[in-house]
Design a binder for this molecule. Structure first.
Ligand SMILES: [Zn+2]
Length: 407
């Protein structure tokens, strides 16, 4: 197995989460009596370019099929984050009706809708037809495609090159990282800028966010690893913004290497932080498995103790990351009775692997659980606010990471 960035042989294991089913493969009640496919979930670190990555054992086309159920607009906090970004980048790049904006993995148009409202031409690139159709219905031009170098060259012939190319939480999903970056190089105008957001490996390690690891995420990025990857394609990262979303993300600002834009202090600061944690050597990657295993034992122990006391325990938010945690810990409906989620497409189904049933929020009101485990803990504040009414029957909120915490 070779590194998807530099091609170096991968031998060093960062974290082995054993086998688990794809995180978004929700099951219907009929499927519960069928066999379920599990894939190995082992994460390596490249000793040459420092890219942390899994082996792409599940083909991306299979995972992002028409049944893919993630609709961004259902997450209120997500949409607010998108709106703020659009205001910021429009000002920074002076975007107007003569500009062109592309977004890779544009989902249901939750972000591009704000460019459309501002009269800035835009086009989404979304491989999942079911979500792309939602965007098209909203009047947001969307190509049902994966963003690749060859697609970038076709698209730029038809619609022109980009003043802004953006990709939020997509780079991790890209099996061929070099091809994706080559596409960015191709589609950007000489003055064009790309912004890319992704969960920061530094936080993953520092805060034990191992549940952000699942099959659909092929790579886990440090700025150091990405600098090498972009440099290879004649691009440079000139600015970085640290964001609180997804438990600590980075937004990098990328342009052509020969652009007059200077690399600013924000880049140097993050590089310094990464080196301080030991991300430039193998120091930061060793010992992660031991910490994750210890956290899992703490979480299981908590659930077992509360169950023995006769408590009702529900989960909230049937997010992909919840499935990694539940499956690695071996949690089934005997420890978490059910999960509530506001996405209608997930309701009435069962979580992959754990087979915990998913209901709407009405189930919380009906069952009045004593504990509500917030699986997408990165949205903790907005979820606790949303579920404030559960305090009436004394419900307590639990977040499992970076340690078991009660609110
Ligand atoms: Zn490498």
């Amino acid at each position: 197995m070779k590194c998807r960035s530099c091609g170096h042989k991968l031998t060093r294991v960062f974290l082995d989460l054993q086998h688990s089913p794809p995180s978004n493969s929700f099951l219907t009640s009929e499927m519960l009596s069928q066999p379920e496919t599990y894939f190995p979930l082992c994460v390596y670190v490249c000793e040459s370019c420092l890219l942390v990555q899994i082996d792409e054992c599940a083909v991306s086309h299979d995972i992002f099929n028409a049944g893919y159920v993630y609709f961004s607009s259902y997450s209120e906090a997500f949409v607010k984050h998108a709106q703020e970004y659009v205001q910021h980048i429009t000002e920074m790049l002076s975007l107007n009706k003569d500009s062109m904006v592309y977004e890779a993995a544009s989902n249901d148009g939750y972000l591009l809708q704000f460019f459309k409202q501002a009269g800035i031409p835009c086009c989404g690139i979304e491989p999942s037809k079911s979500v792309a159709d939602v965007a098209i219905k909203k009047g947001i031009p969307t190509e049902v495609e994966f963003f690749t170098a060859s697609f970038a060259s076709q698209l730029s012939l038809v619609k022109g090159k980009a003043d802004l190319f953006l990709g939020n939480n997509v780079m991790a999903h890209v099996p061929n990282l070099n091809d994706f970056i080559a596409g960015i190089k191709f589609i950007l105008k000489p003055t064009g800028v790309a912004t890319l957001e992704f969960p920061h490996l530094l936080h993953l390690i520092e805060c034990l966010e191992f549940d952000t690891i699942y099959h659909e995420h092929y790579s886990y990025f440090s700025l150091l690893a990405l600098q090498t990857a972009f440099q290879r394609h004649g691009l440079k990262i000139f600015q970085v913004k640290e964001l609180p979303v997804h438990g600590g993300s980075l937004r990098i600002y990328v342009t052509h290497s020969d652009s007059p834009r200077a690399i600013d202090a924000t880049v140097l600061k993050v590089v310094r932080d990464e080196k301080q944690l030991g991300l430039d050597t193998m120091d930061a990657y060793s010992g992660f498995q031991v910490k994750v295993d210890s956290l899992c034992r703490e979480f299981i122990q908590f659930l077992v103790e509360k169950k023995r006391e006769g408590a009702k325990i529900a989960g909230y938010g049937a997010a992909a990351k919840g499935n990694t945690l539940l499956n690695y810990c071996g949690i089934k409906p005997h420890l978490i009775d059910f999960v509530s989620d506001i996405t209608p497409a997930k309701q009435g189904k069962f979580l992959p692997g754990s087979h915990i049933p998913v209901y709407g929020e009405d189930k919380l009101i009906e069952e009045k659980p004593d504990y509500i485990v917030i699986l997408p803990w990165n949205w903790k504040d907005s979820i606790i606010q949303r579920l404030d009414y559960t305090r009436a029957w004394g419900a307590k909120f639990i977040t499992p990471i970076p340690n078991v915490d009660m609110f």
